[in-house]
Design a protein around this ligand. Structure first.
Ligand code: E4P
Length: 221
């Protein structure tokens, strides 16, 4: 399963990329608005830091505007994937951009039928938002199971990119289902690294080593 970071924060992107954890990035207008500076420069910088796919979202809700913006965004880097919303105009833009060789991520997907249609339109990625479904009392992970089952019956080539992830258990469940990609807020990725028994174990190892050093002051490893 690939891991993308769901952020436009360059510091977080560099931090996790230096650990070799990142296969790509997803951004959206809300994430961009949290960062200072020029959004265009930030987007370009992300495409340089990250070798894998970087999803950059269009702002227009009309087909012609999506095509214009999508083509501009694609100039920011060879690894740009244009993110379009799951609407009629979005699907038309998806078909057009995909047929010109510009990969598309169809976002704001909340039903199996939406995922099916995005795949039919040629999307490289479909982004079901599981956390937002959980928020309204529905089972977001069930949607991933349904999409996985539908896609496994056919040969679309569209990848399931699990979005709106809220906690590490979402990641475990997505991996068990066999989702292609999860996109994680930096805080969730941080939590996945940590375990209290790792901290206690390390503390014990180091204090035992100090005891050994007290007996053999010149010893080194
Ligand atoms: C995905 O591409 C979206 O940017 C993101 O996962 C949305 O998550 P949210 O529901 O936490 O805003």
């Amino acid at each position: 399963m690939k891991i993308f970071l769901d952020t436009a924060n360059l510091e977080a992107i560099r931090k996790f990329n230096d650990m070799g954890l990142l296969d790509g990035i997803t951004t959206n207008p809300s994430l961009m608005s949290k960062e200072g500076g020029n959004p265009k420069d930030i987007m370009k910088e992300i495409t340089k830091i990250i070798k894998g796919d970087v999803s950059l979202e269009v702002l227009s809700s009309k087909y012609s505007g999506m095509i214009e913006e999508g083509k501009r965004l694609h100039q920011y880097g060879k690894n740009v994937v244009v993110k379009v919303p799951m609407t009629s105009d979005g699907l038309k833009a998806c078909k057009h951009l995909s047929s010109e060789g510009i990969p598309v991520n169809v976002t704001l997907v909340f039903s199996p039928n939406q995922a099916l249609l995005a795949a039919k339109s040629g999307a490289k990625y479909v982004s079901p938002f599981i956390g937002r479904l959980d928020d309204i009392g529905q089972d977001g992970m069930h949607l991933i199971k349904e999409i996985k089952q539908i896609f496994s019956n056919y040969d679309f080539g569209t990848k399931i990119l699990v979005a709106s992830i809220r906690h590490p258990i979402h990641v475990v469940d997505a991996a068990k289902i066999g989702a292609d990609v999860v996109t994680l807020p930096p805080a969730v990725l941080d939590k996945m690294i940590q375990h209290p028994l790792t901290d206690i174990g390390l503390e014990n190892f180091l204090s035992d080593w100090e005891k050994l050093k007290a007996r053999n002051p010149n010893m080194q490893i």
